[in-house]
Structure formats: structure tokens, C-alpha cells
Design a protein around this ligand. Sequence first.
Ligand SMILES: Cc1cc2nc3c(=O)[nH]c(=O)nc-3n(C[C@H](O)[C@H](O)[C@H](O)COP(=O)(O)OP(=O)(O)OC[C@H]3O[C@@H](n4cnc5c(N)ncnc54)[C@H](O)[C@@H]3O)c2cc1C
Length: 435
Amino acid sequence: MSRNPNNQSFPAPHAPSYYAATAHAAPERPPLAGAITTQVCVVGAGFSGLATAVSLAERGYQVVVVEASHVGWGASGRNGGQLVNGYSRDLDVVESRYGAKAAQALGSMAFEGAAIIRERVARYGIDCDLRDGGVFAALNENQLDELKTRVTSWQSYGNDALQMLDERTIREHTNTDLYIGGLLDKRGGHLHPLNLALGEAAALESLGGVIYERSPVTKVQPGAKPVVHTDGGQVRADTVVVCGNAYLGKAVPALRDRVMPVATQVMATEPLGAETANRLMPAGSCVEDCNYMLDYYRMSADHRLLFGGGTVYGGTTPADIEAKLRPHLARTFPELAKARIDYAWSGNFALTLTRIPHMGELEDNVYFSHGYSGHGVTTTHLAGRLLAEAIDGERERFEAFAALRNYPFPGGRLFRVPLSVLGSWYYQAREKMGL
Ligand SMILES: Cc1cc2nc3c(=O)[nH]c(=O)nc-3n(C[C@H](O)[C@H](O)[C@H](O)COP(=O)(O)OP(=O)(O)OC[C@H]3O[C@@H](n4cnc5c(N)ncnc54)[C@H](O)[C@@H]3O)c2cc1C
């Protein structure tokens, strides 16, 4: 286990997930030792850091990535694996909060992250079980109405691969009587996220990038040439990009209160066999429901149901993940009520108050991106491209995000967790009342 002086721990090598158990072999990368220089130093080898590094390397930049634990150790290597388009807030909410111009700018980029992933998988031959098709499942009329609004909005921004599902057709995707309908996004999909991260790391190295593992960053020293410090070395760079997201802790104090870590959990059943898998989820899409505290699930390539849900504000791991998730699994697919669970794990994503990703600059040459608020597989890849564009002098699309005001959580560090719990109770109570 590596631990930095900020008391943030990075148990190695990975969370005890289905993904870690089925990951492709990866080289052991050395820790940073001594002083080096580079053009761009990226902190964190999750999707944000890797996507930034690959986008920069493709533009000819010399890039060094410094990772506290191992490639994909954070949320990126242990998430639900769902390629969800859009942001964690719908574009009509973006418009009402930030205005039509901001909504237009963000809307025009809302489907780019998934396209970047597909491009990279094809270009670098990344084997990560990528499949097309994501479903948003509605449990009541309110949720179905919201999905209809989303179709109109997303179509206006160019997504022509959407299809509303009724009570009968949603069963082609998830064979349960829980839902009254849903929305199929054929540009959504799912994949093995740790194998994507490992493939992207290899792609970066093929472009000349260098990754140091087991190297927690203790400090980013600003200046004309900022310096990234670890216990074993320093990287002096023209530009630094901080991509530690929910696991950054106190390493960059200015970012600490901008996001709140939130834990969510996933479990993997025993292999169910092709017949059961195809009967429960015939089309092979992934599903997330539209509840405030949502369930999300999909079949793995070896026919396990990967079922996720649960939200713990503050980012602590529940004592018994299986006990927490099993009732949700049983409600969705009663025949799996007693299925054996082979893996259960927890991970932290970073929430912003607005639920819009937060990117910006701390100093002229220290950039950051974080706070994808639970929908980060695609948006991290968009963020990586925007950061690379900005560093390369094309700032317009990055500025569309950087200009959005990021509000601190009410209650400060001490009370933001209980206040968020109260807020979530309120929204869940409204849902139960059908409001
Ligand atoms: C259980 C779970 C399920 C999810 N499911 C989905 C889903 O299905 N679809 C979806 O779109 N999103 C999902 N998300 C969210 C998504 O995974 C994240 O938004 C995304 O992976 C964030 O990527 P990142 O690179 O910003 O952060 P991370 O992947 O967390 O990477 C940050 C990296 O920075 C490193 N780091 C931190 N501090 C330091 C330091 N001081 N020095 C060096 N390195 C440091 C960490 O070790 C880590 O590797 C889920 C998240 C979780 C936790």
C-alpha cells in the first residue's frame, strides 16, 4: 500500500473487482525516482489523466503521468463500465442555470466522449469487450416524460440514434416487469473499464509517453515551470494537469472543497450461462434506471450480471456491499435473488454541486478536471481532449466548461455530507410520492 503525507491511502494493486480478476496482463511500471523534466506532467492515471495524456501525445507533446497506485486504480478501473452520453445534469437544467449559450456549447460536445472511446479502441486495437446500446429505464410516468424531453433535447444536438421504448419493447433489453418504458441510446454502450484504461496506457506508451506508478504526488509547486513532487522524485514541466478526482485528498488543497467524494458499489454474480444471460438481457445493452439513487447493470462478456447502485456521501465503503445491493438485484430479476455473488466492491466518484464536470486552471499552467458526478466514462474522454486543445492553444471549447461557475457544497467540509444526505432524502421522498 502507498500512502502520502496527506494521509490518503492507495491500497495496491486494485479493488477486489471482477475487472481486476479478468484484467489483461500489464507491465509493472516503476515509481518516480529522482528529478526529471517534461513538457506536460499529468497527475493520476484514471480516464481523465490517460485521455489527456493520449490526446497530448497524439499532438506530439512529451507527457509524463504520475500515478499514486496503478493505472486504472481509481473509479476508472472499477466502475459500472457504462458509456452514458450527456452529463449528469440534463441540458435544459444547464440552460436554466447558465443560459442558452452555455447549453448550446455543452450540448454540441455531449456525444463526443463516447465517440473518442470508440475511435481509440479501434485505432489502438484495445480489447475491452465494447458493446453498443445503453437504456435509461423509467419506473413511472414522470420519469418517462423526462426521457421524452431528453430525446427532443439530444436530437437537437445531433444524436439521431435514440429510440423510445414502451412497456413491451424495453423487455428486449431488460426482461423484468419493473419498468413502464425507457429510452435506448444506440450510441451508448458498455465495456470492461480496467482493460480500457490498460489499453489506453499502452497506447500512450506507444506514442512515447511515460507512466510512473506507486508514486503519490505530495505537492504541486506553482511557478513558470511548475514542479510535481513525490516522496521519491520531482517532475518539472511546462504544464501540469491534475486528474486525481475523488482520490486526490489534500495533495492540491485548492481543489479539495470543489468536489465531494461519493461511494457507489458494484457486484458481479456467478457466470449465469449464455441462455439465462440472453433471456434476462436479450439485446445485450446496459441499463440504468432513472431514480435519484439509481441502479445500473449489464452482462459481462462471460455472462455475469454486474449490478451497481448505492450512494454513500463522503465516500466510505459499506461494511456489507452484497447485503446492500442484493434486494435491488432481487427486485429487478427475482430469479437471481439467491445467485452467488463472486465479487463485490466499492469506489468513489467526485460530485459537484451542479453535477456538471468542473475544469479549469489554478495557475496559468496548472490545469485540472474532475467532478463528473457519476457519469464519467465518456465525459473524462471529452475532458482529456479539451485539456489537450487548451494546452495546445485552442481554448474555446475548454473555456465553455471553465467559464461555468462552480459552487461550493453548503455546510463546508464538516456539514456537507449530512446536508447532502438530507437533500437526497428529500428527492427520494418526492420520487416515492410520484412528484
Ligand atoms: C463504482 C463506480 C461505478 C461507476 N459507474 C459508472 C458508469 O457505469 N458509467 C459512468 O459514466 N461513470 C461511472 N462512474 C464514474 C466514473 O468511473 C468516473 O467519473 C471516472 O472514472 C473518473 O475518472 P478520473 O480519471 O477522473 O478519476 P479516477 O479514475 O478516480 O482516477 C484518479 C486517479 O488519480 C490517482 N491519484 C489521486 N491522487 C493522486 C496523487 N496525489 N498522486 C498521484 N495520483 C493520484 C488515483 O490513484 C487514481 O488512479 C462510476 C464510478 C464508480 C466509483
